[in-house]
Design a protein around this ligand. Structure first.
Ligand code: ATP
Ligand code: MG
Length: 355
């Protein structure tokens, strides 16, 4: 158990790091942020910041030496970075779950090996392979995604017919990719699960997520899925967390088909946008839960205290932030980002009770 006033090192300076740092402070911990960005959302509320590149071995070592445990709010860092950090200090989660989650092929293979269903998928590393893969699994349309470094729908191209493969491959710029069959899903859901070193696990109610242009817009809890779907998704999440020996928090996204099948889409071994409702509508927020897991504390209650809907404030949405202050059932969270750009997550609001 990490003693009070210990320092938690967090790799990444975005809003997830910011909200984690705030939760850590409430539990009496300090946070040290490692980020290449000046004045990052997380460093604004942290005890200390190192501004350096993710491949700066010297800075990484000094950072790891100066903290009591290392964790991540951003998993898309080179595996070498994680290796350097873990040689100096315990990292939670460990290299394995981060390494698997960094690559869409690795994570889908893992799911398949655990007997968890996914959309049909094939690895693709040339135009020829893409065309063959499309012939095999593209009958209902397909999505080509870069195997690594995609987020918020970036690095993805929809392919509707064989003739579109050439342009799609050009867009990928020869990066190793994955072709996935297009799922005509009934809805998208995600599960947030925490696990600590003692093997205690805790899951939250299922999140029902609506995306637009590949970016999460709205999360509703409770979801509209059947108890059967809820149970399958939760059990799958537990199986994955235990398989990975996860210490920390993990979000897993699933598609629910019209037939009620639950298909693994992707996972992120960190707090997740679809869990932001827990800040105002669960006994323990996902950020506090994450800190508890990383610090070796017992996990908190995940009980939901009210129905809730989370809306992301994306790009210009944030300009009207003041209007939310007048509404008693709305909780506003802004991320301290000064520059508004299209598609950038600037904050979110939680509507408590009925929207
Ligand atoms: N095989 C698929 N069939 C149908 N829709 C899909 C498929 N893959 C992705 N999508 C749609 O695109 C969205 C983003 O895809 P995905 O989650 O794989 O990428 P991402 O860029 O990592 O997104 P994020 O970082 O927002 O979670 C999904 O939530 C879903 O709405
Ligand atoms: Mg996703």
């Amino acid at each position: 158990m990490l003693p009070a006033c210990s320092v938690i090192g967090i790799l990444g300076g975005g809003q997830l790091g910011r909200m984690t740092a705030l939760a850590a402070a409430n539990l009496g911990y300090k946070t040290h942020i490692y980020t290449p960005e000046e004045n990052s959302p997380a460093s604004q509320v942290a005890y200390k910041t190192t501004v350096a590149a993710y491949n700066n071995a010297k800075a990484l070592k000094a950072f790891a030496q100066s903290v009591d445990v290392v964790t991540f709010e951003f998993e898309n860092v080179p595996a070498e970075t994680i290796r350097i950090l873990s040689e100096v200090k315990q990292t939670h989660p460990s290299l394995e779950p981060l390494y698997i989650a960094q690559n869409r092929l690795r994570e889908k293979k893992m799911a398949t090996e655990l007997g968890i269903k996914t959309a049909p998928f094939l690895p693709v590393s040339s135009l020829g392979e893409l065309e063959n893969a499309f012939r095999e699994i593209g009958y209902g349309g397909a999505i080509l995604k870069t195997a690594e470094l995609g987020y918020d729908g970036k690095g993805q191209v929809r392919i509707r017919g064989l003739e579109e493969c050439e342009d799609a491959w050009k867009e990928m710029q020869n990066q190793p990719s994955i072709l996935e069959g297009f799922v005509d899903f009934a809805c998208e859901i995600s599960v947030i699960i925490a696990r600590n070193e003692e093997g205690q696990v805790a899951t939250y109610d299922i999140n029902e997520n609506t995306h637009k242009d590949g970016i999460l817009r709205v999360t509703r809890v409770p979801s509209s899925v059947t108890p059967d779907v809820e149970n399958t998704a939760t059990q799958n999440a537990i199986r994955i967390a235990e398989h990975l020996g996860l210490v920390g928090i993990l979000a897993i996204e699933f598609f629910v088909t019209r037939e009620g099948e639950v298909l693994f889409n992707e996972m992120a071994p960190r707090p997740h946008n679809s869990g932001h409702w827990t800040m105002d509508a669960a006994r323990t927020s996902q950020f506090e839960q994450f800190v508890r897991a990383v610090a070796g504390l017992p996990l908190g209650s995940t009980e939901r205290t009210t129905d809730v809907t989370m809306h992301n404030l994306i790009g210009d949405d944030v300009l009207v932030w003041q209007q939310y202050l007048e509404r008693p059932n709305v909780k506003l969270h802004l991320y301290g980002k000064t520059k508004i750009t299209e598609g950038r997550k600037m904050g979110h609001v939680n509507y408590l009770g009925t929207e």
